[in-house]
Design a protein around this ligand. Structure first.
Ligand SMILES: Nc1ncnc2c1ncn2[C@@H]1O[C@H](COP(=O)(O)OP(=O)(O)O)[C@@H](O)[C@H]1O
Ligand SMILES: Cc1ncc(C[n+]2csc(CCOP(=O)(O)OP(=O)(O)O)c2C)c(N)n1
Ligand SMILES: [Mg+2]
Ligand SMILES: [Mg+2]
Ligand SMILES: [Mg+2]
Length: 307
């Protein structure tokens, strides 16, 4: 067998798949069957842009690649079903790296409850990963970024600021606080909470990849509303405070503009319907802009690949 097909064989030998998978790996395409409308999303992970090999184990990269994509399926209020994972890497990359990456992919698939149903391999000058995630709305309406109305509340489920605090210490050559670093390397997506928010009547939703303020900005633009974030409602985790103190930065910046949180943010008609475990962080108004305690935020709102 060729080296490429030996590798594919090793990756796909022991796959188990869900009931909605009619045909998995080994043919030209997978075949899935859903009870409702289908949700499809894709996100890239590029070496030295989204991860560094000296910071991240291959297993962590594999887990993160699946997690950030399933996060976008959750944000539509769908049940995540499956992923396809394409990986390109230099010819001289240690084979062990690829094996561990695939272990990470499978581990996160199991955690998220999705099936790995296909992928692709190629050689490349740097590691590049493209995952496509697929979900089933199961008869629910999609929760878009466009349904928020003035007078509603904004709530968040997940960890804000941890990932950015972790990234900051990694960039300075440190490895702790460990919980912040771990959250950056492998975001803990609140699996299942997209459907919970949908069933609670969420009017708009998205996952926070660029930063809370930047992503709420996308939601405001789509919905034609404004949002005021009330910082008295935010929690500044201990690890974020420590990283902020050590680096002379504003801890609030990590929480509201950090990025790669992969928490879910959603709007609800009122506080009474916000699901348990979600934190109300602000209100929807008709100003057309995102503000923080009533004022524009002077710092960066979040990540921009081309800034
Ligand atoms: N190259 C592209 N071609 C078509 N659509 C794209 C492209 N890049 C991004 N989009 C779309 O633009 C929207 C915003 O993209 P992005 O900011 O990456 O979303 P997210 O933060 O949810 O991953 C999404 O609907 C995405 O599918
Ligand atoms: C080496 C390295 N430098 C910087 C970052 C920080 N970073 C990279 S991409 C990104 C934003 C999220 O990624 P993106 O590709 O924009 O995801 P999407 O919005 O499409 O879901 C952040 C905060 C990182 N993760 N790793
Ligand atoms: Mg994207
Ligand atoms: Mg995304
Ligand atoms: Mg982005």
């Amino acid at each position: 067998m060729s080296a490429e097909f030996e590798l594919i064989d090793r990756i796909t030998r022991d796959l188990s798949v869900g009931d909605d998978v009619m045909l998995s790996v080994g043919d030209d395409a997978a075949v899935l069957r859903f009870s409702g409308d289908t949700v499809v999303t894709t996100d890239l992970l590029i070496e030295n842009v989204h991860f560094k090999r000296q910071w991240s184990s291959a297993r962590a990269v594999g887990r993160k690649a699946v997690a950030v994509n399933v996060s976008d399926v959750e944000a539509m209020g769908a049940r995540p079903s499956s992923v396809v994972v394409a990986l390109a890497f230099p010819k001289d990359l240690d084979q062990e790296w690829v094996a561990e990456f695939e272990d990470g992919v499978k581990e996160e698939c199991a955690t998220a409850g999705v099936s790995l149903v296909g992928g692709d391999l190629s050689s490349a000058s740097a590691i590049a990963i493209c995952v496509t995630a697929i979900g089933d709305l199961e008869g629910r309406r999609p929760i878009t970024r466009g349904g928020a109305k003035a007078g509603e509340v904004v709530a968040v489920k997940g960890n804000l600021g941890w990932s950015a605090a972790g990234l900051t210490v990694l960039q300075r050559g440190f490895g702790s606080p460990k919980d912040m670093v771990a959250e950056h390397l492998t975001p803990s997506v609140p699996y299942g909470q997209g459907i919970v928010a949908s069933d609670a009547g969420a009017t708009a939703m998205l996952d926070i990849s660029d930063g809370l303020l930047a992503d709420l900005g996308h939601l405001c633009e789509r919905s034609g509303v404004g949002i005021d974030v009330d910082t008295s409602l935010l929690e500044i985790p201990d690890g974020v405070s420590r990283v902020a103190a050590a680096t002379g930065k504003n801890p609030l910046g990590f929480v509201i503009a950090g990025g790669e949180d992969h928490a879910l943010a959603a709007t609800f008609r009122n506080e009474a319907v916000v699901p348990k475990g979600w934190r109300v962080v602000g209100t929807v108004n008709d100003s057309g802009a995102v503000t923080v305690d009533g004022e524009p935020w002077e710092g960066s709102a979040g990540w921009d690949h081309f800034a």
